[in-house]
Write a protein of this length. Structure first.
Length: 156
């Protein structure tokens, strides 16, 4: 049930935020890639799948249902592994992260904060010392570009 709700929430987030990068990523993962994969299917893929399912049914029938019993004995172990790992927690965290990245534009917020800080530092450093080296070092530290402080200066 949790997986179905997660998929429905992802579809809702994708439809609400089509223009955001995360919405485009969700569209690529949930619409474009499956459509391309289904478009590549040919007749022999279907025949191979039907043949493998038929082979499995034939082996279960021929083995006197022993294969079915062995497969059904692994189900409790598989469910215990799922509850041990707590897959639902990971699904909930992933849903929260996708929702947060869709509903808030973190990158735009960071750019606004970054430019405000740069403007503040340029005013403070420019009026106090009149040199631009300190401003470039602060700009390089804020933007993550170390080359801001090391770039060659034009004369004048």
């Amino acid at each position: 049930m949790s997986v179905a709700i997660t998929v429905l929430l992802l579809w809702a987030f994708m439809s609400v935020s089509r223009d955001t990068p995360t919405g485009q990523l969700l569209r690529r993962w949930m619409v474009d890639l499956p459509a391309k994969a289904l478009n590549r299917l040919r007749r022999w893929h279907l025949m191979l799948a039907v043949g493998l399912v038929g082979l499995g049914c034939l082996l279960i029938w021929y083995g006197g249902n022993d294969g079915l019993r062995v497969a059904s004995m692994t189900l409790p172990d598989m469910f215990s592994w799922f509850t041990t790992i707590e897959v639902s927690t990971y699904v909930d965290v992933l849903t929260a992260l996708v929702a947060a990245s869709l509903l808030t534009k973190v990158r735009c917020t960071w750019v606004v904060i970054e430019t405000s800080l740069l403007r503040f530092w340029r005013r403070a450093r420019g009026s106090a010392s009149g040199s631009k080296e300190g401003v470039d070092q602060v700009a390089g530290a804020l933007t993550g570009h170390a080359s801001c402080a090391e770039r060659p200066r034009s004369p004048g």
